[in-house]
Structures are given as C-alpha cells and as structure tokens.
Design a protein around this ligand. Structure first.
Ligand SMILES: Nc1ncnc2c1ncn2[C@@H]1O[C@H](COP(=O)(O)OP(=O)(O)OP(=O)(O)O)[C@@H](O)[C@H]1O
Ligand SMILES: [Mg+2]
Length: 313
C-alpha cells in the first residue's frame, strides 16, 4: 500500500495502464484505460456508466490491484443515508465497557465515564471513514457502487464528501487524509445522476465489448472452455445485444457477465460447441426473464447458425 503512489507514477500512459490491467485479468479497451489513467493522474473521481454486467465493478477492483491499493466498497441502495456510509458508535460495546468500568470500581464521575465511551475503539467505521483511514499510507481506492440507486439527498452528501475528503465526528474530531483515495463511482443509469456530481468527475460510458474482446474476456475467465464454443457464445451475445432485424427484441439483453456464465454452464454440461440441445438446457445462465427465454428459444436455431466467427449486430 505504501508504494501505491510510486506505482501510479510509473504508469506513463493509457497503453501502460491497459497492460497493467491485463496483468490483473481485466481487458480494458482504450477508452477505459484512458479514463483510469486520467483519473489517477489528475486525482479526479471516475464516473463509470454502462449496462449491467459490462465490467464496471470489476474495473474498479482491477484498478485497485494495479495500484497495489486497498479497495473499499460503498454499495449504494435505496434509502442509504450518510450515517450508513460514515460511521456508527458500537452501543453494545460501549454499554459493556460502562458496566465493566463500574464493576471494577472505576469511579462514578459521569463526565469521565462518558468521555471513556467515545474512544476510537468503540467507533464502527463505515466505507467512507474506512477509505480515509486506509489512505493514510497512500491513496486507497474507494468504489461507490451503483450510485443511481441512492436518492438525491445522499448524492448531495457525497458531493460534499468528494470536495474535501474530511469527516467530522463531534465526539472525536475531524478525520482527514493527506492522500485522498482514488474514487470510482458506477451507475447502471436506472436514473440520471445530477450534473453537479458528474461535473466533479471524469465521465466514461462503458460500451459492451466488440466480438473479439468478448471472446478474449470469456477465454480469460474460462481458459478450459473450447475455442469454438467461446466464439459461438460471444457471437450469440453480440447478436442478442445488437439491433439485427432478425434478432429477438429482449427486455434484458445479456451482458458479458451472462455470456461468461453461459459458457461456464455449457462447459459444466460437457459441451465443446454450441448445439441446440445444450444451448436450450443452459439458457437460464444467459437469459433472466421468462418472456426473453421464450423469445430466445424460438430463435435459437438461427442464433446458432453460422455466427461463430464474426461479429454480428
Ligand atoms: N473487460 C473485462 N475484462 C475482464 N473481465 C470482464 C470485463 N468486462 C466484464 N468482465 C467480467 O464480467 C463480469 C461482470 O462484470 P461486473 O460485475 O464488473 O459488471 P458491472 O458492470 O459492475 O455489472 P452491474 O451493473 O450488474 O453491477 C465479471 O465477472 C467480470 O470479470
Ligand atoms: Mg457492478
């Protein structure tokens, strides 16, 4: 962790960043590698937006690995508030401490007893506080995952945090860091995130990978899968995601996560290439909506037909 800044300085440009990400099994295109390089070099948060399963979370993890920095993840959800992101006092432990102090005859001066309760060891650090504490010996990586699930109020709070990287704890004082964490925010775009937050960040839209990159990603995750099978699965993924006139119109086209899963399911079934039978049996790994399931089953034959070597759609 201490050599994270040195690692960052040694990365001279986007190509070098892509190479380092590749060493950690993340295959970044030029856009993603450039966005990472600039975010680290300029010390700006990186806002990653893209379809589900396109590799946003994994990119943040790989970025932390490249920097040799700890990854602290704040998973957002509906109703998340500042306290859940910052810290909590550990009331049960404070109570135990109080009882133990009284039992040991530690005096009854209420002020002394109270001040003993607000000690760092009774503080439960939540992700934002952990990110500051983890960044003391060099910047950590803070992943604010799926920010679009949080509400406006939380977004405004986060904006404030990102502007000064300090946390004020009334009972303890202010926590800050000389080396702010590298921040990555992700969004599936279930709602539009406010311009004020985006303005603070470098924005990168993550497209689905093209055919050859998808083949490479699946191969990297599942080296045991037969080459022909991987190419057929990737071609099917491209087709289901694309706007080909003869392709089914899906509620939720599969992401890369799903084509990896489908390949894993097919490998588990002993398939070395995509035949209609094993494809139909394992479709639950690729398609997660009943209506889509029907639509894909009906077009399976054309989907498997001759689309195993080229990008389609
Ligand atoms: N470029 C890539 N290189 C290596 N693996 C990738 C790449 N893109 C996607 N993957 C793989 O795809 C899977 C899904 O990635 P990830 O979970 O990061 O997607 P996501 O965009 O965060 O999805 P969601 O929006 O659903 O959270 C992971 O198993 C990841 O390893
Ligand atoms: Mg994710």
């Amino acid at each position: 962790m201490a050599d994270a800044p040195r690692t960052a300085e040694a990365i001279t440009g986007p190509e070098e960043f892509a190479r380092r990400l590749d060493e950690h099994d993340y295959l970044a295109d030029d856009g993603a590698a450039t966005a990472c390089f600039l975010a680290v070099r300029m010390g700006r948060p990186l806002f990653l937006e893209g379809d589900a399963g396109v590799g946003k979370t994994e990119l943040a993890k790989a970025l932390a690995s490249v920097l040799g920095a700890p990854l602290i993840r704040l998973q957002c959800y509906e109703g998340i508030d500042a306290a859940q992101a910052l810290y909590d006092w550990d009331y049960p432990r404070q109570l135990l401490h109080l009882r133990a102090a009284q039992a040991a005859g530690g005096g009854t001066d209420p002020d002394r007893l109270e001040s003993g309760l607000y000690d760092r060891r009774f503080l439960l650090a939540r992700p934002l506080l952990r990110a500051l504490e983890a960044s003391r010996e060099g910047p950590g990586v803070l992943l604010v995952d799926e920010i679009d699930r949080a509400d406006d109020e939380f977004e405004a709070f986060l904006l404030e945090f990102l502007s000064d990287f300090t946390i004020s704890i009334p009972e303890l004082g202010t926590v800050s860091t000389a080396a702010p964490p590298v921040v990555v925010l992700t969004s599936n775009r279930t709602r539009e995130v406010h311009d004020a937050l985006k303005r603070r960040c470098l924005y990168h839209w993550m497209p689905n990978p093209g055919f050859e990159r998808e083949v490479a990603i699946i191969r990297r995750r599942l080296p045991e899968a037969a080459d022909r099978l991987v190419r057929q699965v990737a071609a099917a993924g491209q087709r289901l995601r694309g706007t080909a006139a003869d392709g089914p119109d899906l509620i939720k086209p599969p992401g890369v996560a799903e084509t990896i899963d489908w390949t894993a399911a097919l490998v588990a079934l002993g398939a070395r290439e995509l035949d209609p039978d094993s494809a139909a049996r394992s479709l639950g790994a690729l398609i997660k909506h009943r209506e889509d399931h029907e639509a894909v089953r009906l077009t399976l034959a054309s989907l498997l037909n001759g689309h195993d070597t080229a990008a389609v759609g």
